[in-house]
Design a protein around this ligand. Structure first.
Ligand SMILES: Cc1cc2nc3c(=O)[nH]c(=O)nc-3n(C[C@H](O)[C@H](O)[C@H](O)COP(=O)(O)OP(=O)(O)OC[C@H]3O[C@@H](n4cnc5c(N)ncnc54)[C@H](O)[C@@H]3O)c2cc1C
Length: 235
């Protein structure tokens, strides 16, 4: 399930159990060409949002590839994946910035032009105040992402900051697109405006690459507040 670009990919990078050892040390990363015997793209999933990106369900039946297709050391796949997640989560957060800003600006433009009850919708204080608040939140998110980006480039472990950035980007996306859609009124409920697409597409950030609750679990582990876990120092 859930394989982005799965219907059109030439190859897939997958994590497979390659031994019976402990769960974090029995996995390897393997590059598998999609034309390999036993790989079957079962279907393209029909999704709420991100409809311009295909997502596939794929089955594997007795698939064999040469050993040289393994990426890195055997048994280190989970560790590699956890390292990769920091960049993926930071990218996921960074990719939201322009989208968030675009929707704020589009909402300003629409509500400025839309006249109802004798004036622009934008001239209602609740509307322009909320948009200013949302812009402030976007700037705060940007600062966090830039700080994490600098730390990443400096070679530091950014698990904590990348996790926080992805959590915040997802939650802000939900709040911001919901608030903006409201100000578009009925037009916001149609599929003819960018705000309804943003509302649907932004929902994925709180799920993909690890759900919000998983981000919170990672942070709690690092804070030493997850039952049974000791605190870990981190950038
Ligand atoms: C469009 C799309 C594209 C994707 N592309 C890829 C891809 O290319 N490659 C890939 O590997 N994966 C991909 N995924 C998978 C994605 O990473 C997972 O959907 C995501 O990590 C959530 O896992 P899950 O769906 O198994 O949710 P589940 O594990 O079933 O969790 C369901 C919900 O339960 C809650 N939950 C889970 N754990 C906890 C907890 N410990 N405490 C409290 N609540 C909890 C959360 O609210 C969570 O959303 C994609 C998903 C989507 C929707």
């Amino acid at each position: 399930m859930w394989i982005t670009n799965g219907t059109q990919a030439d190859w897939i990078c997958l994590l497979a159990n390659t031994s019976d050892g402990p769960v974090h040390r029995n996995k390897s990363l393997i590059c598998v060409p999609m034309k390999t015997k036993g790989v079957q793209v079962a279907r393209k999933l029909d999704k709420l949002g991100m409809r311009s990106s295909d997502t596939a369900q794929i089955f594997f039946d007795n698939v064999r590839v040469p050993k040289r297709n393994r990426i890195g050391e055997e048994g280190q796949g989970f560790t590699y994946q956890m390292i990769q997640f920091q960049e993926e989560r930071l990218w996921g957060a960074a990719a939201c910035l322009k989208a968030h800003e675009f929707i704020i600006n589009a909402t300003i433009e629409y509500t400025r032009n839309r006249k109802a009850f004798g004036g622009s919708i934008l001239d209602n204080q609740v509307v322009h105040f909320k948009l200013a608040e949302m812009q402030t939140e976007v700037e705060l998110l940007r600062s966090l992402i830039y700080r994490a980006g600098e730390a990443l480039v400096a070679g530091e472990d950014v698990t904590r900051l990348a996790t926080m950035a992805k959590l915040k980007a997802g939650r802000l996306g939900r709040e911001l697109t919901d608030a903006c859609l409201q100000y578009w009124g009925g037009m916001g409920f149609t599929n003819e405006t960018p705000v309804s697409r943003a509302y649907r597409d932004s929902r994925l950030t709180s799920i993909g690459g690890g759900a919000d609750e998983v981000m919170l679990m990672v942070l709690c582990k690092m804070m030493g507040t997850l039952p049974g876990m000791k605190q870990k120092g981190n950038a």
